[in-house]
Design a protein around this ligand. Structure first.
Ligand SMILES: [Ca+2]
Length: 179
């Protein structure tokens, strides 16, 4: 999966906004789940089976679907927002990634998933969450004070990644209380 195929932004609690192309916005309404999501990277919870799937992902600035596709789903409960991601990859040995230090530049230079959350509509401040196939994490706050990679939320966000046949999958949980 390329970095171009995994870029998306959530603009409100229940509205997902994706830059599928420069002229089109895609919004999805996300239902609250009462089911506990076990953060293990396995998308076997019922909520993921019934969630809207965000696809296809396009090469940035084009209308061309990426050769290796990514699918994303979003759910939430009282404590957290959850994102499930499936990254097609027919050669998992070719995925660039490794066990990185927190906030190392190598994480976003790897084949990775990047999630940008803007909890306040109209604000230029947003939060950047990145992880690679090893589950190494990078996060930052981007706003009026510039890029702050030293920003690490408390409580922390969590990610779990597993490799399956011809794809890798991940679940992340971002606690509401970090905002
Ligand atoms: Ca799970």
């Amino acid at each position: 999966m390329s970095k171009n195929g995994c870029f998306f932004m959530c603009c409100a609690v229940v509205a997902l906004l994706l830059p599928r192309c420069l002229a089109e916005e895609v919004r999805q309404v996300i239902a609250m789940t009462a089911q506990r999501i076990e953060l293990d990277g396995k998308l076997n919870e019922e909520v993921w089976k019934s969630s809207s799937v965000t696809e296809p992902f396009l090469y940035l600035g084009t209308h061309s679907p990426t050769k290796k596709q990514t699918r994303a789903r979003v759910a939430y409960d009282k404590s957290s927002m959850y994102v499930a991601v499936e990254c097609d990859e027919n050669d998992l040995t070719a995925v660039r990634g490794g066990d990185r230090q927190r906030d190392a530049d190598q994480v976003w230079q790897d084949d990775c998933v990047e999630i940008l959350l803007a909890p306040a509509l109209g604000s230029t401040e947003y939060y950047h969450f990145i992880f690679n196939i090893e589950g190494s994490k990078y996060d930052s706050c981007v706003g009026g004070k510039g890029l702050a990679a030293a920003w690490n939320p408390d409580p922390d966000w969590q990610v779990a990644v597993i490799e399956e046949t011809n794809l890798w999958t991940a679940e992340i949980a971002v606690p509401w209380s970090i905002w």
